[in-house]
Design a protein around this ligand. Structure first.
Ligand SMILES: Cc1cc2nc3c(=O)[nH]c(=O)nc-3n(C[C@H](O)[C@H](O)[C@H](O)COP(=O)(O)OP(=O)(O)OC[C@H]3O[C@@H](n4cnc5c(N)ncnc54)[C@H](O)[C@@H]3O)c2cc1C
Length: 430
């Protein structure tokens, strides 16, 4: 009997956990082949990305090689360019200069995640810094150090260079603000040319309060902590225009800055838009078994899927917690088609929400109990540390956290460009 081909498009939380669960379910069963396609050859543990951007966790410690995590899944590092649902083929290539490859499938799992949502705001996509990938975090760290160095030699531009703004006051924006604020203020100690009161961190949120995902008291606590640590928090304020060295607010204010980090939301992956399957808010609408409506053999989970929670009538939120469970359920439902177990609807009640609000402070709402301050921070660290996939990486993160208690942050700026400095007319890029 020919093997049934399962192709997973996207190796983030949903894709990886689908593959791992399929490996368990089809351990000694060669009726299926499993192929995972992803941009990068690693799995990125996004909850620790803000700490990596702020330099308290090593760059390589929050990523795990997919080839090390997977046993019987075939992995290909490719960019998926097109999916033909009629002929059941995924078209992808390793790089722009490489030839296009075809990955035919019997079951297609769409776990492509999302992309940064700029809400069509003028200049936002061109001039702000996204914060979604490992590359983004490396760039933000280097860029931040570069602004400190630049301010040290160009004091007349200090107000622009030392203003760091974050757009979006959801969980991610709050975590980035807390981490970056700590980093910039700590790093500034090594710059005698910079006065403390010249540093400005701003968090801009269009809604009435921070972290709408969290209980109001916890969000208010986080806001108080950020303000006490020097962050200028603006709620009920929208960014209306972004330029290379400034942005405008709905209040009419114009803020000069060379650093605007965009953490305002997630839009569906553009590849999804090209697929002729029912969608809701740009995400693939799946039934309770996570199969795309009207497209048997096409499955979706994670940030690119629209999954209705039958109990609340609302879609499940786009979080890693959900993506992991969705991936596992999806795998079991595929296996059910091969006689292994029964198809079951996806249901999940999140155990809670947690966020770090900077050094040794956090907020947590776990199983109805609310925590804030050090306890919440400690809970966050313990919970997420245990979820880093490889023991080796877990130990490295632990070591980073331990060393961080004793030493000041590293301010080495790592150039990641091959551009060479010329004696005259040199250009720098980070
Ligand atoms: C900074 C940050 C912090 C976060 N913190 C938390 C947190 O603390 N807790 C929490 O629960 N959630 C958190 N999230 C949200 C969480 O990361 C997402 O909900 C989760 O990653 C969604 O999983 P996914 O598998 O759908 O997508 P992803 O994890 O984004 O995976 C999608 C994968 O598809 C790949 N891909 C996309 N397009 C292509 C293509 N054309 N070709 C090949 N590969 C492609 C991508 O490279 C990626 O590997 C955070 C997100 C960010 C950005």
């Amino acid at each position: 009997m020919p093997q049934s081909r399962i192709v997973i498009a996207g190796g983030g939380f949903a894709g990886l956990y689908t593959a791992l669960e399929l490996e368990k379910l089809f351990k000694r069963d060669d009726r299926v082949s499993i192929t995972l396609l992803n941009h990068e050859n690693f799995f990125l543990f996004t909850p620790m990305l803000p700490e990596t951007g702020a330099g308290s966790i090593g760059t390589r410690h929050i990523v795990s090689p997919l080839r090390k995590l997977l046993r019987r899944t075939r992995f290909a590092e490719v960019e998926i360019e097109r999916i033909d649902l009629n002929s059941r083929v995924v078209f992808a290539r390793h790089s722009l200069t490489a030839s296009a490859r075809e990955f035919p499938y019997d079951h297609l799992v769409l776990t492509l995640g999302g992309v940064t949502n700029y809400f069509g705001i003028e200049g936002a996509a061109e001039h702000s810094l996204p914060f979604k990938t490992l590359g983004d975090a490396i760039f933000v760290r280097n860029h931040t150090i570069d602004k400190l160095e630049e301010a040290a030699v160009e004091p007349e531009r200090a107000s622009e260079l030392l203003t760091f703004a974050i757009v979006g006051g959801g969980l991610t924006g709050v975590e980035i603000s807390g981490a970056l604020n700590d980093f910039v203020r700590e790093a500034a100690r090594f710059y005698p040319e910079i006065k403390r009161d010249q540093i400005r961190l701003m968090l801009v949120e269009a809604g009435p309060r921070l972290m709408p995902e969290m209980k109001e008291e916890l969000a208010a606590f986080a806001e108080r902590v950020l303000i006490a640590r020097g962050v200028d928090v603006r709620t009920n304020t929208a960014v209306t225009k972004v330029e290379a060295t400034a942005f405008e607010l709905s209040t009419g204010e114009r803020i000069s800055t060379g650093t605007l980090i965009w953490a305002a939301g997630v839009a569906p992956n553009p590849l999804i838009a090209s697929l002729e399957v029912p969608k809701e808010r740009g995400r693939i609408r799946v039934n309770e078994f996570l199969e795309a409506e009207g497209a048997p053999g096409v499955w979706a989970a994670g940030d690119s899927a629209f999954i209705l929670d039958a109990e609340t009538g609302k879609p499940y939120p786009p979080t890693a917690q959900h993506a992991i469970r969705e991936g596992k359920r999806l795998a079991r439902n595929i296996a059910a088609g091969f006689g292994a177990g029964a198809r079951r609807p996806f249901t999940y009640r999140a155990i809670g929400q947690m966020a770090i609000v900077g050094e040794r402070t956090g907020v947590a709402d776990v199983m109805g109990f609310q925590f804030s301050g050090f306890v919440a921070w400690f809970l966050w660290r313990t919970y997420y540390l245990m979820r880093v996939p490889l023991l080796e990486k877990r130990l490295r993160v632990m070591m980073d956290w331990t060393l961080d208690l004793f030493f000041k942050r590293d301010i080495v700026q790592l150039a990641v460009s091959r551009e060479r400095r010329l004696v005259s007319g040199s250009r720098r890029s980070t």
